[in-house]
Design a protein around this ligand. Structure first.
Ligand code: ZN
Length: 187
């Protein structure tokens, strides 16, 4: 029997732990820190952006807003941000969650995840391409491909997504050339 949000909240709210972040090489911040107070559960979750395909900016976007498109998929470049390359893979069709995808598209997703990862890695000087799906913001299914720079050990792992906002943006011309390289590798 699953714990309700209210039960979970009551159990944990006065027992939050502070992990030893000062020992984590990849943790981006320093100084005195403590966990934020946990707020109680809400009545219901807020709808995600574009719920049910209504006013969905991804559905409304034209192919010109993307660096590569096919019959079923589109790839968009984000930025420039702190990481060398950040792109997003989306299905054309408005689907809300992974388990809602038809089997044929799911099988094709495996191929696409590999193709986009390989294309981003081909830019050069990339240590790893992190492939992530959260989906709490926009409902239209999307996968993040976040390339972290090579040979800078502090930038490894899941904090790369935070470092993306800490590092100053990549110079525009380098960023554009990188996205062109990704698009070329996908073609
Ligand atoms: Zn949509």
């Amino acid at each position: 029997m699953a714990e309700t949000p209210e039960e979970l909240y009551e159990r944990v709210k006065d027992s939050l732990r502070m992990p030893p972040v000062e020992e984590w090489e990849t943790f981006p911040f320093e100084g005195e820190m403590r966990p934020r107070d946990l707020l109680p559960p809400v009545e219901e979750e807020k709808p995600r952006f574009g719920e049910g395909g209504v006013d969905c900016r991804r559905c409304q976007a034209s192919d010109d807003d993307y660096i590569w498109t096919s019959e079923h998929w589109r790839v968009m470049g984000l930025g420039p941000t702190g990481l060398p390359v950040v792109v997003i893979l989306e299905p054309r069709e408005h689907l809300g969650d992974l388990g809602d995808m038809p089997d044929e598209l799911l099988a094709n997703l495996g191929v696409m995840l590999g193709r986009v990862e390989r294309a981003v890695r081909s830019v050069g000087e990339i240590g790893r391409v992190h492939v992530c799906k959260w989906g709490d913001g926009s409902e239209h299914l999307h996968w993040w491909f976040m390339a972290r720079p090579a040979r800078i050990p502090q930038l490894i792992g899941n904090f790369a997504a935070i470092w993306d906002d800490i590092l100053p943006p990549v110079p525009e011309e380098i960023w554009r050339a990188s996205l062109d390289a990704v698009a070329a590798a996908l073609r």
